[in-house]
Design a protein around this ligand. Structure first.
Ligand code: FES
Length: 576
């Protein structure tokens, strides 16, 4: 049924009897669309990160077909379009280098086309924030649909988790506890179906953030990619987006400050990835909301981690879905007064209404506040003379005994320096030392590599050492674990104090006190600063030059300085 006389954005392309309308409609008709789809109904862009180079998103063409069903059913006109896809497992030097680039692709693809509302098809780590950021800058009605996690990995009868077991098995090989043949055999059992990493890594965390923010449908976080209910969720999202366009429910009406505060608390409860800190700050700032590291500490600080999933715990996303999924977690938060129940959702009801009465079918997987996995989950934000702009640590993935620690620094100037030095039998290092890695931040790498969880020296692994304090300006995979201080800001390459640390310096980490202190006098640090030579970024050109020149520090979300804020979709002029 036509929606006239209401005028949508797309009407300025497809409406009327002029020359431009003729052109816009005529060329589209070569796809086989009948004339009545141009009668003024909502046009829904399906922004797809499908790519065979992004294995976690390789099934999204199928998901798009289910979205289209829903759009047609509700009287809309769906049009699928590709955007740059960011595959975490393949992209070098790091997919994070391209998150902002992909967000620009998304923003300009939406703005330049006849689109009234958007479905974002996301999955692999960076695809979710990239699409949310780009869409936020346009601020049309928007729903994110995640591709869903893979089925549980399985190796010789035991569950194995994406990424988490790669780190673990690799250390087992280095320590002599696992043969290389067994290591390669495990590779066959890890990725058993379509979908994203099935640990609570960055992809599952960001799918959970989508649901917690209310910008995705209920159960978006956990339905496995190959479960038919994922297809149903996609179809229902197609129906809902048409309704949101009719009601003019823009993204900024859903992503309000309360939604982000909910998401931060949910991240604590699920033991979510540290990457979410950077991504949520970036999305919020596209919408003009001043989300900060302090908000992460304030709202997430006292939230116990109650989801027992790898890398912090034992289970995997498939178990999480069968246990009740994110709704069951959010219900617990609501019952403890830690949820803004009145926050909106693209589904229609408020977040509080959605999670009320959500059942928990497995108290082992989704635990209670009384028996949590970690009493203080969340992300702890550390400050001190080593991190004036802040640094983060994920307590649920760390070793309790190391959360307060003073140790001697063993410094690696770059990741290459680390690789060269780490297994040198003469390296002066023991389990009480603190490993410090520099020049892996946003500008230094560039792109802020996920190398913060540096593997321990083989000689210590062979002695049975399982964790050490590590500090860097890098990120860490959401599937990784350890007492790892990340995102130190300002980064070394931007002249942060991290650049001044030397072998043998004493460093104090106090997570409870939120302190990261370099025990070197101010006078000595000033003297070292005088000797410090800033990186020249020699040989960096093209897009990487743009990145290095404009990327903000980790505490500001690593967005480009010129992309902050909303620009709205508007209606661009035409050139015909
Ligand atoms: Fe794609 Fe983990 S590599 S979600």
């Amino acid at each position: 049924m036509a929606d006239e006389p209401r005028k949508y954005r797309s009407t300025s392309w497809f409406g009327g009897a002029g020359k431009n309308a003729f052109m816009h409609r005529s060329w589209m008709k070569n796809e086989g669309h009948p004339p009545d789809v141009f009668d003024g109904r909502p046009v829904i862009g399906i922004c797809n990160t499908w790519s065979e180079l992004t294995p976690c998103n390789a099934h999204l063409r199928t998901i798009a077909e289910h979205v289209k069903r829903g759009v047609y059913e509700a009287g809309g006109f769906p049009l699928e379009f590709p955007v740059m896809s960011l595959g975490e497992s393949n992209m070098r030097p790091t997919a994070m280098l391209f998150r902002n680039l992909a967000s620009m692709d998304v923003e300009e693809s939406i703005r330049s086309n006849p689109i009234d509302g958007v479905i974002l098809l996301v999955g692999c780590d960076k695809t979710t924030p990239a699409l949310l950021m780009g869409a936020a800058s346009c601020d049309l009605p928007t729903i994110a649909v995640s591709g869903g996690p893979m089925l549980n990995g399985n190796f010789r009868g035991k569950a194995i988790g994406s990424g988490t077991h790669v780190w673990k098995f690799y250390e087992d090989v280095k320590a002599g506890r696992m043969s290389v043949d067994d290591f390669l055999a495990a590779e066959q059992g890890q990725s058993r179906s379509a979908g994203s990493c099935m640990t609570m890594g960055t992809a599952s965390t960001m799918a959970s953030m989508v649901e917690a923010l209310g910008i995705g449908m209920p159960d978006n976080a956990a339905i496995p990619a190959v479960d038919s209910r994922r297809a149903i969720l996609a179809q229902e999202s197609g129906r809902r987006i048409v309704q949101l366009v009719r009601e003019d429910v823009k993204m900024s009406k859903i992503l309000v400050r309360e939604a982000f505060e909910n998401a931060i608390r949910v991240n604590g409860a699920i033991g979510g990835s540290t990457n979410a800190v950077i991504h949520l700050i970036a999305v919020a700032r596209r919408l003009g909301l001043d989300l900060s590291l302090d908000d992460w500490d304030k709202f997430g600080r006292d939230v116990p981690t109650i989801v027992d999933l790898m890398p912090s715990g034992r289970y995997l996303m498939e178990d999480f879905y069968y246990a009740g999924g994110l709704r069951a977690v959010m219900r617990v938060l609501d019952e403890h007064g830690l949820l803004h129940g009145n926050a909106p959702s693209v589904a229609g009801p408020t977040i509080g209404e959605i999670v009320a009465d959500a059942p928990n079918y497995n108290g082992e997987v989704i635990r209670s506040f009384e028996e949590p996995l970690t009493p203080q989950g969340g992300i702890a934000v550390l400050r001190g003379n080593l991190a004036p702009g802040g640094a983060v640590i994920k307590p649920s993935a760390a070793t309790e005994a190391l959360m307060q620690h003073r140790g001697r620094a063993v410094v690696f100037e770059t990741i290459e320096h680390y690789y060269k030095r780490i297994d040198d039998p003469d390296l002066d290092i023991d389990a009480s030392c603190i490993m410090v890695l520099k020049n892996c931040g946003p500008k230094g790498y560039p792109g802020m590599a996920e190398v913060g969880n540096m593997p321990l020296p083989a000689k210590l692994l062979q002695q049975g050492v399982t964790d050490m304090v590590r500090i860097s300006d890098a990120r860490m995979s959401g599937t990784a674990y350890g007492t790892v201080v990340l995102h130190t800001a300002p980064e070394a390459a931007a002249g942060g104090p991290l650049a001044l640390v030397r072998d043998g310096d004493m460093i104090e980490l106090d997570v409870a006190g939120r302190r990261l202190h370099l025990d070197v006098s101010d006078a000595e640090l000033e003297a070292r600063r005088a000797d410090w030579v800033p990186p020249t970024h020699e040989g960096i050109n093209g897009y990487q030059k743009l990145f290095v020149d404009h990327v903000l520090q980790a505490d500001e979300g690593c967005d480009f300085d010129f992309l902050l804020g909303k620009r709205e979709a508007g209606i661009p002029r035409h050139s015909h």
